[in-house]
Design a protein around this ligand. Structure first.
Ligand code: C2E
Ligand code: MG
Ligand code: MG
Ligand code: MG
Length: 279
């Protein structure tokens, strides 16, 4: 009986596995097509604001995908597939290229962001030998200033190969391209490492911000993080600010920057320009 139950469990497990893999293969195939045509892919932007005044300081680009066959899929579902199936670097290049194009267009229309436009960069792209050269060439091609973009790298990504990440970060710093550490607090980086790292900004992960006013442990962690980051000479931004109480508390800790539904959800670029760039 024991053996039979185990066999059944294995069969069930394998069926789930193959269904999961099948879905992944379908998503990857459709995504690959989308990345060559651009069809169904849309850049959204979410404002980053000065917590005190509510004024815009910058924005983060977040990719949205609506596939004709599969329907709408969230980044939480397609980004991991892109990572697993070797498409993430292509995806990130697509997003960076489109972002540069948009910045050039806004510039033409005399619309300006008060700060950099942030794009998420995955480790596979960050670690490609030609990444920094490619990025510089891309910005040159679209005639945008190096200060117009900021790259977000997750803390856990950085810790994947710290030595390599440090050297890329140093090259970016020399080129004048800003770097932000994303999802900070979830990636187990050491303080010694953070001290060496040439980042301009640290984004505290939203899991620490959610209901922070009712959670003393989060308060302690966030307070300490804000002070440490600022002592190290970097800017600090709180992700996932949803409620006024959270913003008030963050301000009292000296955190000046925030991003979250309280200010706006990510929205299509046209809408973003109308609402936030005063077009
Ligand atoms: P992330 O870079 O940490 O982006 C923040 C995520 O939190 C976004 O989810 C955003 O919509 C969401 N968010 C913002 N404010 C709030 C809030 O107040 N409450 C809540 N609950 N959520 C909030 P999204 O757009 O679903 O993206 C998820 C993740 O997918 C991103 O996390 C990023 O890691 C990845 N991603 C999205 N676009 C790209 C891309 O172009 N390239 C790469 N490599 N990754 C991307
Ligand atoms: Mg991000
Ligand atoms: Mg984040
Ligand atoms: Mg994230």
């Amino acid at each position: 009986y024991q053996a039979k139950a185990t066999t059944e469990a294995v069969v069930l497990y394998e069926r789930h596995m193959s269904e999961r893999i099948e879905r992944e293969v379908v998503i990857a195939g459709r995504l690959q097509d989308a990345l060559t045509t651009g069809e169904g892919l849309q850049l959204h932007a979410q404002p980053q604001v000065d917590l005190r005044s509510g004024r815009l300081t910058g924005a983060e680009i977040l990719l949205r995908w609506h596939d004709e066959l599969i329907g709408r899929i969230s980044p939480g579902d397609f980004i991991p597939v892109a990572e697993e199936r070797g498409l993430i670097a292509i995806l990130d290049r697509f997003v960076i290229e489109q972002s540069c194009k948009q910045l050039a267009l806004w510039h033409e229309q005399a619309l300006a962001l008060p700060g950099p436009l942030s794009v998420n960069v995955s480790m596979p792209l960050f670690e490609q030998d030609d990444f920094v050269d490619w990025l510089q060439a891309c910005m040159r091609r679209h005639q945008i200033d190096v200060s117009a973009l900021e790259l977000e790298i997750t803390e856990s990504g950085l810790m994947h190969n710290p030595a390599q990440a440090l050297s890329v970060a140093e090259r970016l710093r020399q080129c004048g391209i800003a770097l932000a550490i994303d999802d900070f607090g979830t990636g187990y980086s050491s303080l010694a490492y953070l001290k060496q790292f040439a980042a301009n900004k640290v984004k505290i992960d939203q899991s620490f911000i959610r209901n922070i006013d009712a959670d003393e442990r989060s308060q302690t962690i966030v307070k300490a993080t804000i002070h440490m980051v600022q002592e190290l000479g970097m800017k600090v931004l709180a992700e996932g600010v949803e409620r006024e109480q959270e913003a008030t508390l963050l301000l009292s800790y000296g955190c000046g920057l925030g991003q979250g539904y309280l200010y706006n959800k990510p929205m299509p670029l046209d809408e973003f320009a109308t609402r936030w760039l005063g077009r």
